[in-house]
Structure formats: structure tokens, C-alpha cells
Design a protein around this ligand. Structure first.
Ligand SMILES: [Zn+2]
Ligand SMILES: [Zn+2]
Length: 184
């Protein structure tokens, strides 16, 4: 299992930030994760009318463009994402699939203080783990502090822990077990 965390934003990649995401991914999902700095970027995701990027189109692009060794890919971007029925999304994932995308655009605090950067990092970590959880087949969790809880605003995001609750951990273990049996 190799999870690829791919910076696909407009700004330069933040290596410390990617390292933090990588470690958290490995810790929560017991997988090998790598930061990937491929320079390709999605070309057809921008919607001129909405002035936002289609997260669904980015997912399709990630599946086609991901490095060969990656069984799962999480695109991390700074552009604002949308799906047609919502004003914006923090991210999107294929349930039980290969690709996820998360955006930093709506997670930034108002000022640039160090504590705010830590808050921003924590938010991005949670959204990254959340969307990746969907690719492993995890659904939304009713527990507000679980990373798999649905978040529609930053209060929801800030309420969550960056980890799976006990029930989601059990579900995840079950999913992984079934996956292994499948391959035998
Ligand atoms: Zn979700
Ligand atoms: Zn949970």
C-alpha cells in the first residue's frame, strides 16, 4: 500500500506541511505514504462562471496522472473547489476508490500568526485524513469529534480530532481484512 500525497496547488509546495500530512496518514491508516512533487497540474478543472475548480474533474485527472507506485493518491491544492450542488467543498473523494482531493483555500485563518499556522495545519491534516478515509470505504461518522464526521463549516472541522474514533478504527480494520482476503 502506497499513498501518494501530491501537491497540485498554484503556490510553491510547503515541505514541512507535506511531511506533517505524510506522518499523520501513516499513523492513522498504517500505510506507507509519500509526498510527491510532480509538476503536472490539472488543466480542465477551472470553471470560468463559478471562478472555482471542479473537484470531480480533479479526481479524474489524479487517477490518470498519478505516479505508477501509488495505489491511492491525495491531491492537495490551494485552489477553491466546488461540486455543482454546493457553494464550495473542503475536498472530495471516491468512496472505496483511488483518488481524493483537499483544498487549503477555505481552511486559512485570518492572520498569519504562528498559532494560526498550527491551526491551519491541523485543519488540513483532518480534511486530508477524512477524504483518504472515504477512499478506504469509510462513511461519515455520527461522532462530532471523529475525523470521519461530516464538516460543513470550520467549527465542525475544529471540533474533530485528526484520527479515527474507536468505531471507525474497527470498520477500517474490517475493510482492510476483507481487502486482503480478496487478494488471496
Ligand atoms: Zn466526507
Ligand atoms: Zn468515527
Amino acid at each position: 500500500m502506497d499513498v501518494c500525497l501530491w501537491w497540485i496547488g498554484d503556490a510553491a509546495a510547503d515541505h514541512d506541511l507535506l511531511g506533517t500530512l505524510r506522518r499523520q496518514t501513516e499513523q492513522v491508516f498504517h500505510v506507507t505514504a509519500r509526498a510527491w512533487l510532480g509538476r503536472d497540474r490539472p488543466t480542465d478543472s477551472f470553471d470560468g462562471r463559478r471562478q472555482q475548480h471542479s473537484s470531480t474533474r480533479i479526481l479524474k485527472w489524479l487517477i490518470d496522472s498519478r505516479p505508477e507506485h501509488a495505489t491511492k493518491v491525495v491531491g492537495i491544492t490551494d485552489v477553491d473547489l466546488f461540486i455543482p450542488i454546493l457553494t464550495f467543498v473542503y475536498g472530495e473523494a471516491q468512496l472505496g476508490g483511488t483518488a481524493a482531493v483537499v483544498s487549503t483555500a477555505r481552511l486559512l485563518p485570518n492572520s498569519g500568526f504562528r498559532q494560526d499556522f498550527d491551526l491551519f495545519t491541523a485543519r488540513l491534516m483532518k480534511e486530508c485524513v477524512h477524504e483518504l478515509g472515504h477512499t478506504f470505504g469509510l462513511l461519515h461518522c455520527p461522532l462530532p469529534t471523529c475525523v470521519m464526521a461530516r464538516s460543513v463549516n470550520l467549527l465542525h472541522v475544529d471540533t474533530k480530532n485528526p484520527a479515527l474514533c474507536h468505531d471507525c478504527q474497527s470498520r477500517y480494520a474490517e475493510i482492510r481484512k476483507q481487502g486482503h482476503e480478496h487478494h488471496e
